[in-house]
Design a binder for this molecule. Structure first.
Ligand SMILES: [Zn+2]
Length: 411
């Protein structure tokens, strides 16, 4: 009884399932994928389809390639305003300190976001999300962190939830109250961490607005001790944690994250071998963010060879944010991961599917084309999967299918 809701035919598959040394894509040429009730029901070579199959919808993929829907596992997508004027000033020689003293930098985004109503936030964020979806993204993580008070942090996460309902995309929300010190707490970082742990986190958790908790552990962010307090509170509420770690200096952030069983440690330019080893032991995913590396003109590379040697899975994400990575292209991140960080195109594709799913705790739901997983798929007009990381500025996505849209619709 093989009666399916939909089937994809005349297609090559990069399943990212059962990868091997000779074929890191898990390829199936002239394959077929069938869906029932939003889940992948069958996958394999077309010649092996069971006799007598039927499907309500047949997608003719015209010889293209089907991959798992892409997963952007680290974004700050919901915010108001732009920092383009600041970008322009900096290129005219104005220093970051002068801009910050004049009220610029992250606090200008906090001001704009606090002032924005829900509808305005939704409108500005929808445009950024639409750009991601046009490139085959079916799951996106969205952090708060530009409110820095209970009401605005809740509003940001509420908008993230609304985007999921409005845009046929899976959204995982992350509370990032410990992103920066709000101006009203200047000089009182420990008091602000009290607020995060005792008021903001419990309120946001009670409202069901956060799927995970993040922090910015850095000289210009929060100390390892303050970060640990946030993590302990999150874990006491049963929420998984992740961390902006070792981006500008080595405070041992990735190791701290691993000690708390973090889903991921992100950035990692300054991570030590000890931190890499701790991540390997804990099963913490390394999320590399080449957009921020590029935009900040960083020269210190993340320890890619050490991560590979320790078998730490490497995910990639846009880090979409107004200050350090105003980027809405996961394909561009794949290209940059290859050109700047020397990943292979297959590692880059695994970084936005297989490993990005693990970074969100979704490894049993998404990130591969395999029976039982969500039927989140992207269809590409390409000759071989390496083209996804090779070209930049092009978008060969010709179909995006999200499990909740029943039979899927072309992009
Ligand atoms: Zn970030």
């Amino acid at each position: 009884m093989n009666h399916w809701d939909a089937i994809w035919l005349n297609v090559n598959l990069a399943t990212l399932d059962g990868q091997s040394g000779t074929d890191p894509y898990g390829s199936v040429e002239d394959g077929a994928v069938a869906m029932l009730d939003g889940r992948i029901a069958w996958v394999g070579p077309r010649a092996a389809l069971p006799a007598g199959w039927r499907a309500q919808v047949e997608h003719d993929c015209r010889g293209g390639w089907l991959t798992p829907g892409l997963i952007d596992c680290h974004t700050h997508l919901v915010y108001a305003g732009s920092r383009a004027a600041e970008f322009e000033q900096r290129l005219q020689g104005v220093s970051y300190e002068e801009i910050a003293r004049a009220g610029g930098g992250i606090l200008s985004t906090v001001r704009a976001t606090r002032a924005a109503g829900e509808r305005d936030l939704l409108r500005q964020s929808s445009a950024r999300l639409a750009a991601l979806l046009a490139e085959g993204v079916t799951t996106v993580e969205i952090k708060s962190g530009y409110g820095l008070d209970t009401a605005t942090e809740s509003r940001i996460l509420g908008v993230a939830r609304q985007l999921a309902a409005a845009c046929a995309v899976e959204v995982k929300t992350t509370f990032l109250g410990a992103h920066a010190l709000p101006p009203e707490y200047a000089g009182h970082a420990d008091d602000y961490i009290d607020l995060v742990c005792e008021e903001m986190l419990p309120a946001i958790h009670a409202a069901g607005l956060a799927d995970a908790v993040d922090a910015f552990c850095e000289g210009i962010g929060f100390s390892p001790q303050q970060t640990a307090r946030v993590f302990e509170r999150a874990r006491s509420l049963g929420l998984p944690v992740k961390l902006h770690a070792d981006q500008l200096s080595d405070l041992g952030g990735a190791a701290l994250a691993a000690q708390h069983g973090a889903l991921s440690a992100d950035h990692l330019e300054y991570s030590s071998q000890a931190s890499v080893d701790a991540m390997a032991r804990a099963g913490t995913v390394a999320v590399l963010l080449p957009g921020a590396y590029y935009f900040l003109r960083e020269t210190r590379l993340p320890p890619v060879a050490a991560l590979c040697a320790a078998l730490v899975p490497m995910a990639l994400a846009t880090d979409c944010n107004p200050g350090t990575s105003p980027c809405t292209s996961l394909l561009l991140m794949m290209n940059m991961a290859c050109t700047l960080f020397r990943l292979t195109p297959a590692e880059a594709l695994a970084g936005v599917t297989l490993h990005a799913a693990r970074a969100l705790g979704l490894q049993d739901q998404a990130g591969r084309i395999a029976p039982g997983l969500r039927a989140d798929l992207a269809l590409w007009e390409i000759e071989r999967p390496a083209e996804l990381a090779y070209a930049f500025g092009a978008n060969p996505c010709v179909g995006r299918y999200h499990a909740d849209t029943a039979v899927g619709t072309p992009a």
